[in-house]
Design a protein around this ligand. Sequence first.
Ligand code: NAI
Ligand code: MG
Length: 487
Amino acid sequence: MTSQQATGQRQLFIGGRWQDAASGKTFPTINPATEEVIARIAEGDAADIDLAVQAARRAFESKSWAGMSQRDRGKLIWRIGDLIMKHADELAQLETADNGKPIFESRQIDIPMAADCFQYYAGWATKIEGETIPVPGEYLNYTLREPVGVVGAITPWNFPLLLVSWKLAPALTCGNTVVLKPAEETPLTALRLAEICREAGLPEGVFNVVTGFGETAGAALVRHPGVDKIAFTGSTAVGKEIMKSAAATLKKVSLELGGKSPNIVFADSDLEAAAKGAINGIFYGKGEVCAAGSRLFVEASAHDALLEKVVERTKRIAPGDPMNPKTRLGALVSKTQLEKVIGYIESGKSEGAVPAVEGGRADLGNGKGYFVKPSVFDRVDPRMRIAQEEIFGPVLATLSFESVEELIEKANGTIYGLAAAVWTRDIGKAYRIARSLKAGTVWINTYNVLDTASPFGGYKMSGFGRELGKHALELYTQVKSVWVDLR
Ligand code: NAI
Ligand code: MG
């Protein structure tokens, strides 16, 4: 336990030191399963963002990081991954307490994937190269792939540590310094990560964490002229605001936004596997997942058979204490999110969708916690709000289709394009549909498979820029062309 954790107060991490917000203000972070305050968090604002950006700028210009040999940088980033795994139990507990996700998910998926992200990018540190380009005349032309400078990262609450890692690991590997503004709902693991990075030997100022609210601290980071790039994951509405505000200083921007992903089941598929995939696609992570398969499209001839399986499986899922290792559906992250999800369940009913499994608020017996029962709607019309808008909760909308043409039009018929899945035994059909879907990820006969090595990001209003894999290196580097006269 560090002094930070012992006190129940969490400070900002700026220039390698813990400090209070300039205003002295704090805000509570709440355990959504118990509604208890876990800790009070420093409420950073524009003044703190400015200090953090200055610290990151000094660290960048001093070359303490960008000038370190690639091998040493890689080793240090690898060590961050090792330390995450060394503290995996503690990090998983923090994540589950702060977010409400089942401890099974935190401990088995989020934390190991975060560690893997650092270790994957550690390997890239020695492999970021320029090119020599054949040009006419007596010239040598070569390129250098250089860091962009100070990166502002703004992250959401649904995969708190993991989504910080998706930004921090590649940004560090490329030699950048970072100011992070984590989600106000779930700041605890990001702050613990700052300690871990210090323990790993990351030079001061290379990674800074300013906790606080989006409209104040987040917006100040986007406006700050000392920031070269913003990497954002969150809502499409805030993504738009960020682009507008970043225009004033022409920052580079990458955005990973919401989704309304179609999960498409053909009658010729393995219906048992497809039903399992539908359940995993929408109820994993409480449905608070940007890639959630929230629209289940079923070929009309298989509709009844598939829906029966989905209903039967859904009825077996009940929300439980997130700290219980057997729990598979935890508490929604906040009261706001609970109200939003309940609002969509009401809207589905009032717009005429048929509740095949009735969702709604759940209670574990003590009247506490933001729990909801999983819900499945049938006979959803593509124009309904539950078929168009991102709900970000355990609510599935079932639609049916007769022809492939009709399917493609409906599946692509939202503003989003993050992910999609197709279930069929006809490999040719799967291939053609994968080509026709406007989505950054397409799964065939599976759902929610991700790996650090494979790119992830959106088409259309799900954003742009690809995180993960070698593609993320593009987000955190810029190319310099150097000409040498050889005469
Ligand atoms: P949000 O987009 O408001 O929050 C995400 C992050 O952006 C947080 O760190 C927040 O403090 C920051 N932020 C908010 N306003 C900002 C501003 N003006 N300038 C800079 N930073 C700002 O998302 P919120 O309100 O937590 O959730 C609302 C909905 O957004 C969810 O119900 C869900 O539909 C969607 N969402 C999608 C996510 C995804 O993974 N793509 C993640 C989180 C939310
Ligand atoms: Mg918000």
